[in-house]
Design a protein around this ligand. Structure first.
Ligand code: DX5
Ligand code: ZN
Length: 239
C-alpha cells in the first residue's frame, strides 16, 4: 500500500491521510473453466495480487484446488500469488506451494498446533508467511507470532464460501491489530477477506487495513467489469 500523509497542522489544514489499498481479487469467484484467462484479465484490470483460496473439504466444508493447478496458473500473471490455505496440516504442503510459485503463504493457526514452526518453514522456503484469523479467533493469538509474519488475514466471514456478508464486529479486531502492528514496528500487510464491497471498504480501511480481498465484488459482472470493480474498491480513501 502507499500512504501519503499530508500533515497540515502547522499550516492550519485539517490533517489528511490518503490510503491506496492493495487489491487482491479472490479467484474463488472466477470462472473455473478458464482460470488462466481469468487471472490474466484481473492482472490487466489492475489487481495488485492474485488471491488463491485453497480448501480441503476438511478444515472448511468446501473443496477447491491445490498446488498442481496453481503451478499451471503461474505463467498467466507476474503479480504475486497471495495463497490462503484453508487446510488441515498446512506444514505438509509448504514445499509443494513454494514449487508452484506462491509468493505469500497464509495458514490458519487453528489448523496447525505448531504454527510458529510452520511460519518459519514458509519463510525458509522463500515465501512470505501469513496468518489468517477466523471471525471467532481473537487478535491475541498473534502475540507470539508477530515477528514471524509478513501478512495478517482477518477473515470477515467464516471461511469456506464466497458471497457471504461482512461481519461488522471484525472492524474492532482490525483496529486492535493495527495498534499491535504499529507497536511492533514491522511492515506487516493487514488484509481483510470476506464480504468486502465498495460500500464497506472505507470503514475497513479507516480501521487500519492495507489490503482488500474481494471475490464477488470483482468478478460479479464478468471480464468487462473487472477494471471498474477494482477501481471502485481501490479509489483513494481520505481518512
Ligand atoms: C472465503 C475465502 C474468500 C472469498 C471471498 O473462505 O477465503 O477469499 O473468496 O469472497 P467474497 O469477496 O465473495 O466474500
Ligand atoms: Zn481467502
Amino acid at each position: 500500500m502507499t500512504v501519503h500523509a499530508l500533515r497540515g497542522r502547522a499550516f492550519g489544514f485539517t490533517p489528511l491521510t490518503m490510503i491506496s489499498p492493495l487489491i487482491s481479487p479472490s479467484i474463488l469467484s472466477a470462472d473455473f473453466a478458464c482460470l488462466g484467462e481469468e487471472i490474466a484479465a484481473i492482472d490487466t484490470a489492475g489487481a495488485d495480487m492474485i488471491h488463491v483460496d485453497v480448501m480441503d473439504g476438511h478444515y472448511v466444508p468446501n473443496l477447491t484446488f491445490g498446488a498442481p493447478i496453481l503451478k499451471k496458473l503461474r505463467p498467466h500473471s507476474k503479480k504475486p500469488f497471495d495463497v490462503h490455505l484453508m487446510i488441515s496440516n498446512p506444514a505438509a504442503y509448504i514445499h509443494a506451494f513454494a514449487d508452484a510459485g506462491a509468493d505469500i503463504l497464509t495458514i490458519h493457526p487453528e489448523a496447525d498446533p505448531h504454527a510458529h514452526r510452520t511460519l518459519q518453514a514458509i519463510r525458509a522456503a522463500g515465501m512470505k508467511p501469513g496468518i489468517a484469523l477466523n471471525p471467532s479467533t481473537p487478535a491475541n493469538w498473534l502475540d507470539f507470532l508477530l515477528d514471524e509474519i509478513d501478512l495478517i488475514l482477518v477473515m470477515s466471514v467464516n471461511p469456506g464460501f464466497g458471497g457471504q456478508s461482512f461481519i461488522p464486529n471484525q472492524l474492532e479486531k482490525i483496529r486492535d491489530l493495527r495498534t499491535r502492528i504499529n507497536a511492533k514496528g514491522r511492515d506487516i500487510i493487514l488484509e481483510v477477506d470476506g464480504g468486502v464491497t465498495p460500500e464497506n471498504a472505507p470503514s475497513i480501511l479507516q480501521a487500519g487495513a492495507t489490503s482488500l480481498v474481494a471475490g464477488s465484488a470483482v468478478f460479479k459482472d464478468g471480464p468487462s467489469g473487472y477494471a471498474d470493480n477494482i477501481k471502485a474498491l481501490r479509489r483513494d480513501q481520505t481518512i
